[in-house]
Design a protein around this ligand. Structure first.
Ligand code: ADP
Length: 484
C-alpha cells in the first residue's frame, strides 16, 4: 500500500515536497532565532539606558535628596515613570522612589533575578516581572557599585512593549524569497524527476529486452547527459552482443557448410576416380584375357589406358592442390614476384595449343606487376583460365588486361570472345566438380576443379573474383590480387 502510494505520487512531486518541508523547517528555525536575537538586542538597548541612570545615581547614594533630584530630572527628560531602588549587599531596601510605603515594609530583594545577576556580574536586568511591592510589571536594570545595588525600573507599559517589539518588516521579504526558492525548487525537481522517470522506463525496457525507441529525450542537463551516455553504452553493448551472437551463428553455419562440402568432396572424388580406374581395369582385363588380339587393337587399348591414367594423374594433381589450399593455407609460401612474367610464361608454354586453335592472346599489361604471392598458385590461376578458354570457348582472341593498380592491390580482367557461359551456370562455375557440359568436359580431360582452384588461389592472395558475360560475346573474369 505504502509502495503503491509512493509510485502514484511522482518522484518529482515527492522530491519537491521533501525539499519544501526541509526549507520550511529551516525558515521556521531561522525566524525564531532572528526574533529572539532582535528582542534581546532591543532589551539590551533599554538596559543600557537604565544602566546610564544607575551609574549617575551611584554618585549620590548617600544623599537621598540629590538622588530624588536626579530621578526627577530623568523623569522629565527621558522616562516618565522611572522607579529607582537602592539596596545594600544583603538585599535590604535603603531607598525607593515609591515613597508611599515605609522602607521597612519592603521585602528583602536579594532573591530578585536582576539583583542576583548584578551581584555576580556587576550588572543585570529582567525584561518583565511583577513587582511584589507595587503590584505592577517592570523592566528592571540593576548595577552593583561595591557596597550597594542600584536598580532602575520602568513600567512594562504599552510604549515599552512597542519598543521591545521585534521588527516584522523582513517577514514579507522572507516570504517573497521563499516563493522564489520554491519556484526554483519546482523547476529543478521537475527536470530531475523527468530524468528519473525516463531512466526508470529505460531500466524496464532493457529488463524486458524491448527496443528503447520511446524513452523520449532526456532534459539538457548534466544528469541528462549522463543518462544519454548510459543508454548509448547500453545500446553499444547490446549491438556488440548481437554482433557476437550473429558471428557465432555464422561460424557454426560455416562449420556445418565445411563439413557438408568435405563430405561432398569425398563423394565426388570417389566418383571421379572410379570412372578412369574402371576404364583402365576393363581395357587391361580384355588385354589379359585375349592374348590373340590383333596388335593394332592392343595398341589402341594401351593408348586408351594411358589417356585414362593421364586423366587420373591430372585429377590427383588438382585434388592435391585444392586440399593443400584448404588445409594448409597459412603455411603457403609467398615471395616477391612479377605477375607479368607469370602471365607471359603461361602463354609461351601454351603457345603450341594456341597456334593449333588459331587463338591470339592480347596482353595489355605493364612490364612489372610486383606482388608478394605464391608462384605455383598464381601460375595455376592463369593456366586454368587459358586452358579453359582454349578447351571450351571456341574463341579466337584472349584478352588479359591490368584494369586497376590500387595502393594495395591489382585488378585484372581476363576475357575471351568465345561462346561464353549461360547466365544459369555462371553463379555455380566456381563450385568443385561443377561442369557446364559434363560429357564434353570429361571428354576434354577436365576435372571440374579448374575454376575452383582459381577462386581459392585468388582468395589466398587477399583478392576476389567474379565471372560474367563479356560485351560482344564470350566470358570475362574480373579478379584482384593484394600486393602484400
Ligand atoms: P574443368 O577443370 O573441368 O575445366 P572448370 O572448373 O575449369 O572445370 O570449369 C567449369 C566449367 O565452366 C567447364 O566445364 C566449362 O563448361 C565452363 N567454362 C570454363 N571456362 C569457360 C570459357 N572460357 N568459356 C566457356 N565455358 C567455360
Amino acid at each position: 500500500m505504502g509502495t503503491d502510494l509512493k509510485y502514484k505520487i511522482s518522484f518529482h512531486i515527492r522530491l519537491f515536497l521533501t525539499l519544501l518541508l526541509l526549507f520550511g523547517l529551516f525558515l521556521f528555525s531561522f525566524l525564531i532565532f532572528q526574533f529572539r536575537r532582535e528582542r534581546l538586542y532591543k532589551a539590551e538597548r533599554v538596559n543600557t539606558e537604565l544602566q546610564i541612570i544607575n551609574t549617575r545615581l551611584s554618585h549620590y547614594l548617600i544623599n537621598p535628596a540629590a538622588m530624588d533630584s536626579v530621578v526627577r530630572q530623568n523623569r522629565q527628560s527621558v522616562m516618565e515613570n522611572l522607579r529607582v531602588t537602592v539596596m545594600d549587599t544583603a538585599g535590604t531596601v535603603l531607598y525607593d522612589t515609591d515613597q508611599t510605603l515605609p522602607l521597612d515594609s519592603f521585602a528583602n530583594h536579594a532573591d530578585r533575578p536582576e539583583i542576583i545577576r548584578a551581584m555576580k556580574n556587576g550588572s543585570g536586568y529582567t525584561i518583565r516581572r511583577l513587582s511584589e511591592t507595587t503590584n505592577k510589571e517592570y523592566f528592571y536594570a540593576a548595577a552593583f557599585t561595591g557596597n550597594y545595588v542600584v536598580r532602575s525600573a520602568i513600567p512594562y507599559s504599552v510604549s515599552l512593549k512597542e519598543v521591545l517589539k521585534t521588527d516584522k518588516l523582513f517577514l514579507p521579504v522572507m516570504i517573497g524569497l521563499s516563493v522564489i526558492i520554491s519556484a526554483l525548487a519546482l523547476l529543478f525537481t521537475r527536470s530531475l524527476g523527468n530524468n528519473i522517470k525516463r531512466l526508470r522506463k529505460f531500466a524496464k525496457l532493457a529488463d524486458n529486452g524491448e527496443p528503447l525507441d520511446d524513452i523520449g529525450p532526456f532534459p539538457k542537463d548534466e544528469l541528462g547527459d549522463i543518462s544519454n551516455h548510459i543508454i548509448q553504452l547500453y545500446s553499444q553493448l547490446k549491438q556488440t552482443k548481437e554482433a557476437l551472437e550473429s558471428e557465432h551463428r555464422m561460424v557454426e553455419q560455416q562449420k556445418l557448410e565445411q563439413t557438408r562440402i568435405k563430405k561432398q568432396l569425398t563423394q565426388n572424388i570417389n566418383h571421379e576416380l572410379k570412372t578412369p580406374v574402371s576404364i583402365i581395369q576393363g581395357y587391361l582385363e580384355t588385354l589379359m584375357n585375349n592374348p590373340s588380339l590383333p596388335p593394332s587393337k592392343k595398341q589402341a587399348f594401351i593408348e586408351s589406358c594411358y589417356k585414362q591414367s593421364d586423366r587420373l594423374a591430372q585429377l590427383l594433381n588438382d585434388i592435391s592442390t585444392i586440399t593443400r589450399m584448404d588445409e594448409a593455407s597459412e603455411i603457403i609460401e609467398k615471395t616477391e614476384l612479377n605477375v607479368s612474367d607469370i602471365i607471359r610464361d603461361v602463354f609461351s608454354d601454351l603457345d603450341a595449343h594456341l597456334q593449333e586453335k588459331k587463338i591470339k592472346p592480347v596482353l595489355d599489361i605493364p612490364e612489372q606487376i610486383i606482388v608478394k604471392g605464391n608462384h605455383g598458385l598464381l601460375q595455376s590461376v592463369f593456366r586454368n583460365l587459358t586452358d579453359n578458354a582454349i578447351t571450351y570457348s571456341g574463341c579466337d582472341t584472349i584478352y588479359v588486361k591490368l584494369m586497376e593498380s590500387g595502393p594495395d592491390h591489382y585488378t585484372f580482367i581476363y576475357a575471351d570472345n568465345g561462346i561464353g557461359i549461360d547466365q544459369d551456370h555462371l553463379p555455380r562455375i566456381f563450385e568443385r566438380f561443377y561442369r557446364v557440359d559434363k560429357g564434353r568436359s570429361r571428354r576434354m580431360g577436365g576435372t571440374g576443379l579448374g575454376l575452383s582452384i582459381v577462386k581459392n588461389a585468388i582468395l589466398l592472395h587477399g583478392g576476389t573474383i567474379c565471372a560474367g558475360k563479356r560485351e560482344g560475346g564470350g566470358v570475362e573474369f574480373i579478379f584482384s590480387v593484394k600486393t602484400q
